[in-house]
Ligand binder design. Sequence first.
Ligand code: HEM
Length: 403
Amino acid sequence: MTTSEPVFFNPLEEGYLDDPWPHLAEIREKDPVHHLLTGQWGLFRYDDTFRLLRDPSLSVDDDNVDMDALERPLRFEDVDPDDQNRSILNIDPPDHTRLRRLVSKAFTPRTIEALRPMIERMVDEMLDQMEADGNADVVERLAFPLPFDVISEMLGMPDADKDLIRDWSGAIVKTIDPIVSEAEVAAAIEADEKMRRHLADVIEWKTANPGDDLLTRLIEAEDDGDTMTAKELRGQVSLLFIAGHETTVNLIGTGIRELLRHPDQLEIIRKHGMPATGVDELLRWVSPVQITRRVATADIEFRGTVIPRGAFVLASIASSNRDHAFWGSTADILDLSRENAGQHVSFGSGIHYCLGASLAKLEAEVAIESFVKRFGQVDVVGEPKWNGRINLRGLDELIVRTR
Ligand code: HEM
């Protein structure tokens, strides 16, 4: 390809899921303010992503999108607007400020640190099981159940069929990919209906069985009338539950795989424990959420290109986390001791900065360090299986033999 040939962001390209980095680097270099063939705009440079996420003039509300500019509508037209989830992730101030304040009380660094003994206990039990199994799937035994059990425990969820919920949740989050097929949309609508019914039952059950948990506190806030409506309550519970496990699973699963591919870094953890910057570097390296988005409420310029009002703008977190212009010549090296690793944009930035960041980091630190220290020798068996998602990219299966 010559430099004058146009480039197109195409995550459906063969091999992209396994290794998206060369494709992202090419777009970042040749057309960092990119108009996708599907109608959205994409930003691929660190500075642009940072500016986009922190600019208060942009919106996260799909109602502001000029739908005619898109290949495919963003909303599922068959779903009653009353049933569509409205979480803080897609609500602008002032409602965002009010709702985030209510939810964030459960996520202060001190509240999260208090969960450490419980997380350590859960991880130890999971590793005991892996040790007993010999050959074990890291995703099934550790990366998935840990964040799922922790958020279920925090919310005070009743026991439920984990596999079923994992399937629904997987179908739902597939639709935040930049390109989705008709069949995937249909599967997501069906899964969303089931998840909504399940969560409505859970909220009803919890109302009758209150406890010392996050869900009870959120329900009490709903009872307060003007603090949170029933619909807002459903939206926040759904977001916390899904965001609580669909992202951290990728940090732990892909993070462990990357360490197995970088034995020098793995040895650092085995000998000295996780470096203070280690989890941040894994977040930079893996980008468990690869893309986030904003809506332009007025024309906005990036590097001389005007993105029009109403545009749906994607920020490539993954590309920004490997941008040489920001990270320097070592951008493509995994270095757990990188001093400024914490400047990654894996948790976003600005008012929507990930509420679960401290929790995700704590879970990953305990899970990965304990895993590495427990087993003197770990060999990957066969080929890892990817989950098929462009945005919440991660592994569905990583079988290892441990000794
Ligand atoms: C490695 C794990 C995680 C990653 C990479 C991640 C990433 C993100 C990103 C990129 C955003 C959106 C930022 C934006 O658009 O500006 C976000 C928002 C959010 N995340 Fe996370 N997240 C993770 C874990 C969690 C966990 C464990 C929870 C909850 C238990 C959580 C709850 C939330 C919530 C509630 C928001 C919305 C915040 C708002 O809109 O004000 N996340 N996260």
